[in-house]
Structure formats: C-alpha cells, structure tokens
Write a protein that binds this ligand. Sequence first.
Ligand SMILES: [Zn+2]
Length: 77
Amino acid sequence: MPFYTFVCNSCGKQFEVRCSVAEKDSGSVVCPGCGANELDRVFQGFSVAVKSPSPSCGQESACPRAAACGGCCGRQA
Ligand SMILES: [Zn+2]
C-alpha cells in the first residue's frame, strides 16, 4: 500500500499514513494528533500519479515566475 501524506485541517499536523486508496477516499483516515478526519492530501512531487491540472499559483494576472513557472499560470508556451 502506498503512503499518503496529509495535513490536518483541524490542528495543522502533517503526517504520513500507509493506507489503501479506498480507506483514504472513504474518509476513514484520521489525524493521529486530534482524531479529526478533515484532512488535506499533501502531494509530493515524484510520487504523484494524478492527472489533474497544474495548481494555480494564484497570481495568474501577474505571475512573478511567468517565464519559468512550469505551467501553473498556463503560460508555459
Ligand atoms: Zn489534527
């Protein structure tokens, strides 16, 4: 089973959990610090096999990294 890294929305603790995708998706993974199940997945570069758009840097109109942004602003061309 893969390791997933989460950050707790409740207490801010970041931790790794070895669990199945089903367990992760069903919300049965809880924070070891406070027991909350409101967790955000932390994506770690190399292990990502997700086909999702590049995350926005939030500064699309004035991206400071426009030339070397890697595509977060859709300016890679
Ligand atoms: Zn927590």
